[in-house]
Ligand binder design. Structure first.
Ligand code: FAD
Length: 392
């Protein structure tokens, strides 16, 4: 027989969006239950590069777009949380780099140099030279320019772990939650294997899985788009830390490199940007060969001897936009007694939570359920780091 668990808010999906929101709502006194189908963070979140963007990447076409404006205060909000002075206490989450960088292999950046020095970007982008350069560029063979961005890079698995701690006993594992449709078109309940959850509001934050939750609920809007990528991973003991966008000839980074710790003490370079976008449909061997050529051309003084290589196909899930245009902010849309959400970026999880809280307040949804007893329910695990999954 199925038992009913009553809660104020039921969240579906425990990636960065669902977990961040869950922690904020609990702080505000709402009772919450978060249902996760797989491992916490195991969708896009642990496969992300962990860059807490401040929008500079979107300024590469020489002007500040609305995306750049919307995201500008995210690094400061995350930093405050990491220091223990922000909206959530994320002390203990590992920061992989205090800065992300932008580098041009040659003179390409010169036509953007004036823009980077402009008032609009003051304090967000700073050209660095000599001893300020990250070790990877401190080689006589390097002829390009390096800009330091006011953006940081975090170790996402430790962030997911910390947010799971902040979730207390609100997490439930269930391999196939089903949305039961109410006669007014809203959600009647979330059916789990042995229980059902009834809530004042349901938040769909299941990343790519939100599409099938919507179809289960017989809702065709809002529509979702997938942005396919194929990331390249390089593992080696001697790889120096590198956190940078390499500027190419288009407004998108030619390659974005971040560096991540593997369980055996080695490092993994995670290569994204245009390389991963253009490489989405490519055979892994061909893409790896292209990535090797790129690194040999861009950083010929770095030895890749003894490194191991693989690729990871992964989709970004976002609200559908015409022409696969990049959405500017987190997306939250009310649908009956639910809110459908995609953060569109890990960095925008705080913005997604703000929007949900605003919606709850404007819909006068106030905390009133007592804490449901969940101690006999199975808890979801935190996903292993993707570098350890890809290089077992
Ligand atoms: C390769 C890559 C690199 C990226 N790099 C960056 C970056 O550097 N900086 C940045 O800001 N953003 C980055 N992003 C974007 C960022 O990763 C995503 O926007 C963000 O992680 C999405 O979080 P989410 O919680 O919405 O989704 P997800 O992390 O995908 O989490 C969704 C969760 O829902 C669960 N789920 C699915 N279906 C169901 C269901 N039916 N019921 C219950 N649970 C369900 C999944 O198991 C998963 O745990 C990157 C994305 C990719 C793919």
């Amino acid at each position: 027989m199925s038992t009913t668990l009553e809660t104020d808010i039921c969240i579906l999906g425990g990636g960065i969006a669902g977990l961040w929101l869950n922690a904020r709502l609990r702080q505000l006194g709402y009772t919450t239950l978060l249902v996760e189908r797989g491992a916490l963070g195991g969708g896009q979140s642990v496969k992300s590069q962990g860059i807490i963007h401040g929008g500079t990447k979107y300024a590469l076409n020489g002007k500040l777009s609305s995306a750049a404006e919307a995201i500008a205060d995210m690094p400061d909000r995350w930093r405050a949380c990491l220091d223990g002075t922000g909206e959530l206490d994320l002390q203990g989450v590992r920061v992989l780099s205090e800065h992300h960088y932008l580098w041009s292999p040659g003179s390409l950046i010169s036509n953007l140099a004036g823009f980077f020095a402009s008032k609009a970007l003051r304090g967000r982008v700073e050209q660095i030279k000599g001893t300020q350069l990250p070790t990877v560029f401190a080689d006589r063979a390097f002829k390009g320019k390096v800009y330091q961005l006011a953006e940081l890079v975090i170790d996402v698995p430790t962030a997911i772990q910390r947010l799971a701690e902040l979730a207390g006993d609100s997490l439930i594992a269930d391999s196939s939650p089903h949305l039961q449709r109410a006669s007014d078109g809203g959600i009647e309940a979330v059916r789990l294997q042995h229980h059902q959850v009834k809530a004042q509001r349901y938040i769909l934050s299941a990343g790519e899985g939100t599409e099938s939750l919507l179809s289960d609920w017989q809702q065709d809007k809002p529509a979702m788009q997938r942005r396919p990528l194929q990331m390249v991973l390089v593992k080696g003991a001697a790889l120096p830390p590198l956190f940078a966008h390499c500027l190419g000839s288009s407004p998108k980074p030619r390659m974005t490199v971040t560096t991540h710790p593997c369980a055996d003490g080695q490092w993994c370079w995670y290569l994204g940007g245009d390389l991963a976008e253009q490489g989405a449909g490519q055979a892994p061997d061909e893409l790896i060969a292209k990535a090797k050529r790129e690194l040999q051309e861009l950083l010929p003084w770095i030895s890749l001897e003894g490194t191991r290589w693989t690729t990871l196909p992964v989709n970004r899930a976002e609200p559908a936009q015409s022409g696969l245009v990049r959405p500017d902010t987190a997306f939250v849309q009310p649908v009956a007694n639910a809110l459908v959400s995609w953060p569109t970026k890990l960095a925008l999880a705080p913005n997604l939570a703000d929007q949900v809280i605003e919606q709850l307040q404007s819909q006068q949804v106030v905390p009133h359920a007592s804490t449901p007893i969940t101690d006999t329910l199975t808890k979801p695990k935190v996903s292993a780091p993707v570098w350890d999954i890809c290089f077992p």
